[in-house]
Design a protein around this ligand. Structure first.
Ligand code: TMP
Length: 254
């Protein structure tokens, strides 16, 4: 890990300079945080699983025409991605009442929303990622109205597609968080899906039992965290059945 130039270290990932200009290597750590870094821990094998889960979902999204930063997986913990200028907005899409939505409005978790809700949060750890409106985003110049139209359209399309994909493997997509970035090509700018899509930033409930198969198991001390991430990978068909050790590898294969 140390031979390359580190560009950025986040809570769950490290970005290194990539082999070609305009690329980065995204390294997935086992570190987990919650409540804006107040709770810290390690989920053994999480980085390996999230690397594969995010690879799989980004590739499926690319197939339906969603532009993403993903280029290819390099090894157990790393993927090659396009270097993007991250838009400092976390886009949350919700289908079922849970988490901060339930808390804010004093509602019980689990109720289906009559239509999906898209929310924006300003990505700023020091401030605890405050919720913002389109007005704040355009007024402060974080994105234009046109950018937000594109982001909203892509987010809803991603939601439709992922909701169906997860339903097919007996999982409810309760809510999730997306990040987008800008890529400059010749004289034009394009928005692409960036970051990761994994049980770290989605709420995934078993269709029949409502068992949580995501980071809420860590946030709420429910136990069996690694097993939940493994179960998602297994159902997606990317963790060979009967070979859970496959996901436990912590070595970086060069
Ligand atoms: P919330 O209910 O806590 O607002 O979370 C909504 C969704 O966004 C949930 O799937 C978890 C994800 N999320 C992140 O990925 N990063 C964050 O910092 C937060 C607060 C939520």
């Amino acid at each position: 890990m140390s031979r390359r130039k580190q560009i950025y270290e986040g809570k769950a990932k490290v970005m290194f300079e990539g082999p070609e200009p305009g690329t980065l290597v995204q390294y997935f750590k086992d570190d987990a945080t919650a409540f804006n870094n107040q709770k810290k821990g390690t989920i053994t094998g999480k980085g390996v699983l999230n690397n594969r889960i995010s690879e799989y979902l980004m590739m499926r999204l690319a197939e339906i025409g969603i532009p993403t930063h993903f280029i290819r997986r390099l090894n157990m913990r790393e993927q090659l991605v396009r270097q993007v200028e991250i838009i400092p907005i976390e886009v949350v899409v919700r289908n079922i009442i849970a988490g901060s939505l339930a808390k804010r409005f004093g509602m019980e978790e689990g109720g289906a929303l009559p239509r999906s809700i898209v929310e924006y949060y300003y990505k700023k750890d020091e401030l605890g990622d405050p919720m913002v409106s389109e007005e704040h985003i355009t007024c402060f110049g974080w994105a234009t109205t046109q950018d937000l139209d594109d982001i909203m359209q892509m987010s809803l399309r991603i939601n439709d597609f992922l909701t169906g994909l997860f339903l097919g493997i007996g999982i409810k997509l309760v809510d999730f968080k997306l990040e987008f970035g800008r890529v400059y090509e010749n004289d034009s700018m394009r928005l692409v899906l960036a970051d990761e899509i994994s049980p770290d930033n989605c709420r995934l409930w078993d269709l029949k039992t409502n068992e949580k198969l995501d980071k809420d198991r860590f946030r709420r001390d429910l136990g069996r965290v690694e097993e939940a991430y493994q179960e998602v990978a297994r159902r997606l068909g990317i963790l060979p059945e009967g070979a859970p050790g496959d996901a436990k590898g912590t070595e970086t294969v060069q």
